[in-house]
Ligand binder design. Structure first.
Ligand code: NAG
Ligand code: NAG
Length: 483
C-alpha cells in the first residue's frame, strides 16, 4: 500500500512535470519568437531613425533609364486563364518565342521561387497575354521600370529627382512633384506583365519555395535608351549628388542592328565618365542572360560606378562572368550569409583589381556594394569613402523589404517572420567567426581590411502584396541615407 502510494506520488510528479514541459514546448517557442521579432523590429526602426536627412538640403538624384506600365497578375491564374498546361519539362530559354517555351521557362523559375525577367519576341503571343491579363479579376496597373520605381522611392524619402525615360503624356499626373522627367513623349508606353506568385503556390506538379515574380516584356522604346540625349542635357544643370543607372536589362537579347547596342552603351559610358567627381554613380544590376550585353556592361558601365546593387541571383551571375565563365541562370534563392559575403568579397576584389589595372584616372574604384536577399541585407563600404551611415542604411533597406512586399509602410509583426538563423558565420572558410543575431542590435557591422561590412536580418513578409519592384525600393532606400 505504502509502496503503491509512493509510486503514485512519483507518477503524479512526473506527470505534472511532463504537462509543464509540454506547455513550455507548445506555447513558449511561439511567444519567444514573437518577442524576438518585436525586439528586432523596434531596434531596426531605431537604427533607421538614427540618421535624418535634414542636415542638408534635399539631396539631388538623377536616375535613368526607361519605364513602363506594369500589369500585375497572379501567375498561376493567368496560366489557367490562357489554358496553358503545366509542362513536364522546366527549361531555361534566353527569350520566349511561343507558349511552350513560356510554360517551360515559367516552370523553371517558379518552383525554386527565383526572380526572373524575359523578353517575348512573339508579338502575337505577348498581346494575347496582355489581353488575357486585362480580363483577369484582381489585376493591378502601376508605373513600373527600375528607374521610375527608384525615382518614386527617392522622392518620397525627400530627394529631388531627375528621371530619364520616355513616357506617355498622362504619365506626369502619377508622378511626385519632386520628379522632373527628361526624355521624349511616346503615345504607346511599353507594357511589362508581372506574374506574381506566393510561397507554396502550386502549378501542376510544381510548388513555389518562396514568393516571387516572373516578368515578361516586349519593349519597343526602353532598349534604345531613347531618353539618354535629353537626360544628358538636363544633367549638367541639375548637378546631382547621385546618378543612378538601371533598366539596362531591357537590352537583354533584344534584336538590335549590328553595332547598335555597343554604340548606345558607349554613349552611356561617355555620359558616366563626364559626371563630376562630386556625383556618386550607382548601377543597379538585373536579370541578364545575354553574354554579349553583359560583357559590354563589364567594359563600359561597371568601371564608372562607385556603387553596385543586386540580388542573390545577380551576384553569382556577375561573379561567374568576371571569372571568365558563362552566365548562371539560376542560383540558390535562399543563400546563407557566409556564401553571399564570400561572393561579395570576391566581387569587390575583382572589380577593384580591374580598376587598378586600368590606365590611371580612368573609371572609378568600387566603394560600395549592396546585396539584397530574402532573409538579409548585406553591404560592403570602403572605409573613409564618401558613403555615410552604412549601419542605418542597412537597417532601412531591411525595413523597406518588408514594407514593400507587405504593401504597407507600417510593419505588422504578425505578418513577418525572421528566417535568418540565430547566428551566422562571416565566411565559409573553416574556423571563421560566428556573429550572433542580437535583438537589441540586429545590424551587425565589422571591419575587414579596408572596408566595413554590415548585415541586417529582414523581417520577411508572410502576407505578400507584391514582390516586383522590391529590389528597386530596397536599393533606393539604402542609398538615400548614404549620400
Ligand atoms: C507566336 O504565338 C502565337 C500565339 O501563341 C502562335 O500561334 C505562333 O505560332 C507563334 N509564332 C512562333 C513563330 O512561334
Ligand atoms: C514600400 C514602398 O514604398 N513601395 C513602393 C516602391 O516604389 C513604388 C514606386 O515608387 C511605390 O509605388 C511603392 O509603394
Amino acid at each position: 500500500m505504502a509502496i503503491e502510494l509512493r509510486s503514485s506520488v512519483k507518477y503524479g510528479t512526473v506527470l505534472s512535470f511532463t504537462v509543464l514541459l509540454l506547455a513550455y514546448w507548445f506555447r513558449s517557442p511561439q511567444s519567444v519568437l514573437d518577442e524576438r521579432l518585436g525586439a528586432v523590429l523596434s531596434s531596426l526602426l531605431r537604427a533607421e531613425r538614427k540618421v535624418g536627412m535634414n542636415n542638408i538640403a534635399r539631396p539631388r538624384v538623377a536616375i535613368g533609364f526607361g519605364g513602363c506600365v506594369d500589369i500585375i497578375v497572379d501567375g498561376v491564374t493567368l496560366m489557367n486563364k490562357i489554358g496553358l498546361q503545366p509542362t513536364n519539362q522546366p527549361l531555361h530559354h534566353d527569350y520566349i518565342e511561343n507558349v511552350e517555351q513560356l510554360a517551360e521557362s515559367f516552370a523553371y523559375f517558379f518552383a525554386p521561387g527565383a526572380a526572373s525577367e524575359r523578353l517575348v519576341v512573339n508579338d502575337t503571343l505577348f498581346s494575347h497575354l496582355v489581353e488575357a491579363s486585362r480580363e483577369l479579376p484582381g489585376n493591378r496597373w502601376s508605373i513600373g521600370g527600375n528607374a521610375p520605381v527608384m525615382a518614386g522611392r527617392m522622392a518620397s524619402e525627400g530627394c529631388d529627382v531627375l528621371l530619364g525615360g520616355s513616357f506617355s503624356p498622362d504619365f506626369n499626373d502619377y508622378l511626385s512633384e519632386h520628379i522632373t522627367v527628361a526624355g521624349n513623349t511616346v503615345e504607346e508606353p511599353d507594357i511589362h506583365l508581372i506574374l506574381e506568385y506566393p510561397s507554396g503556390a502550386t502549378w501542376g506538379p510544381y510548388t513555389s519555395r518562396r514568393a516571387n515574380r516572373y516578368i515578361v516584356h516586349s519593349d519597343d522604346h526602353n532598349p534604345y535608351l531613347d531618353s539618354m540625349e535629353d537626360f544628358e542635357k538636363k544633367l549638367q544643370g541639375f548637378k546631382p549628388d547621385l546618378l543612378v543607372v538601371g533598366g539596362l536589362q531591357m537590352m537583354d537579347n533584344f534584336p538590335f542592328n549590328q553595332g547598335e547596342r555597343e554604340a548606345l552603351l558607349s554613349r552611356l559610358a561617355q555620359l558616366l565618365s563626364s559626371a563630376s567627381p562630386q556625383t556618386n554613380v550607382h548601377f543597379e544590376m538585373a536579370s541578364f542572360v545575354d553574354e554579349a550585353l553583359m560583357s559590354d556592361l563589364l567594359e563600359l558601365v561597371l568601371p564608372h560606378a562607385d556603387s553596385l546593387g543586386m540580388n542573390e541571383q545577380e551576384l553569382p551571375n556577375l561573379l561567374s562572368l568576371l571569372r571568365g565563365s558563362t552566365v548562371t541562370v539560376l542560383s540558390d534563392p535562399n543563400p546563407r550569409v557566409a556564401t553571399v559575403l564570400d561572393q561579395m568579397r570576391e566581387l569587390y576584389r575583382v572589380i577593384n583589381l580591374r580598376h587598378s589595372l586600368r590606365q590611371a584616372g580612368r573609371g572609378r574604384p568600387l566603394t560600395r556594394l549592396h546585396v539584397h536577399t530574402l532573409a538579409f541585407q548585406a553591404m560592403i563600404v570602403t572605409q573613409g569613402s564618401q558613403w555615410k551611415n552604412t549601419m542605418s542604411a542597412t537597417a532601412k533597406a531591411s525595413l523597406t523589404a518588408n514594407r514593400h512586399v507587405c504593401g504597407s509602410s507600417n510593419i505588422d509583426p504578425s505578418k513577418a517572420r525572421l528566417i535568418l538563423d540565430e547566428s551566422f558565420s562571416v565566411s565559409r572558410t573553416e574556423g571563421s567567426q560566428r556573429i550572433p543575431l542580437q535583438e537589441s542590435r540586429p545590424v551587425s557591422c565589422w571591419t575587414e581590411d579596408e572596408y566595413e561590412i554590415c548585415v541586417a536580418p529582414v523581417l520577411v513578409c508572410t502576407e505578400v502584396y507584391q514582390t516586383a519592384g522590391g529590389g528597386d525600393n530596397i536599393s533606393a532606400a539604402g542609398l538615400v541615407l548614404q549620400i
